[in-house]
Design a binder for this molecule. Structure first.
Ligand code: ADE
Length: 234
């Protein structure tokens, strides 16, 4: 599951350029016994299996470096966001523990885990998919992975969603590109984009606006939108 992610697209390039290094560890290699058993029944009963502490701890001890920050993706963790992606992108070495089944023995979390992170209020079958989401969000923020321009106007910067984009053709499905984007007037285009970001955020993520840093002009725009919607519909 993880190999194709590291072998495609922008991540592939980052690996080829030597900006990102990765290693995938199968902790089954650290189990003892003839069946390479890594899970067992939960104490106290209940459905599912729990990953046994010994193979995991052997794998972590073997692969962890003094600078490793150990991440355990889990629905019980802190909710992941762009700020956490920024923070993790500054780390030298991240070690992700991918849980399966009913989870890990609590003692592994207490002993090794620095951050338990949830990517959303839903349950996935494995920690691999959640790890890929977290790694995808953070690696693109590392210097040299993508251009600084591409990161500038992105959603969540200044707590606003990104503005709408258009490309050729100018007319498509009975709808035209907003004329201001064809005007060549940079100041007008910037104002349109600011207004568009505010309108989109207001529509889809009004909860973000309390954190947004808005210019006077943007605040006026917001008030105008609120007037148009009517305060009772907020
Ligand atoms: N593992 C299973 N579900 C998850 C979630 N929502 N976030 C992080 N890890 C998970």
């Amino acid at each position: 599951m993880i190999l194709p992610f590291f072998s495609s697209s922008i991540m592939k390039r980052a690996v080829e350029k030597g900006i990102v290094e990765y290693e995938i560890v199968d902790f089954r290699d650290y189990s003892s016994g003839s069946y390479n058993k890594v899970d067992d029944l939960p104490y106290g009963g209940g459905a599912g299996m729990v990953l046994m502490p010994e193979p995991l701890s052997k794998a972590i001890e073997d692969r962890k470096s003094p600078s490793s920050r150990v991440i355990f993706p889990s629905p019980g963790g802190r909710l992941f966001n762009q700020e956490m992606a920024q923070e993790l992108s500054r780390e030298d070495d991240l070690l992700f523990i991918c849980g399966h089944y009913e989870g890990l023995d609590r003692r592994i979390i207490d002993e090794y885990v620095d951050d338990e992170i949830s990517i959303g209020d839903y349950v996935l079958t494995s920690g691999e998919t959640a790890s890929i989401v977290i790694i995808d969000a953070l690696f693109r923020l590392i210097d040299g992975v993508i251009s600084k321009d591409s990161l500038e106007d992105e959603s969540f910067n200044s707590s606003l969603l990104e503005y709408d984009q258009y490309t050729r053709p100018e007319r498509y499905c009975n709808s035209s590109v907003p004329s201001v984007l064809l005007s060549g007037n940079h100041a007008l285009i910037c104002s349109w984009r600011d207004d568009n970001r505010i309108a989109k955020t207001m529509h889809s993520r009004p909860d973000m606006l309390s954190e947004a840093s808005l210019s006077l002009r943007m605040r006026r725009k917001l008030i105008k939108i609120i007037d148009e919607i009517g305060i009772e519909d907020l």
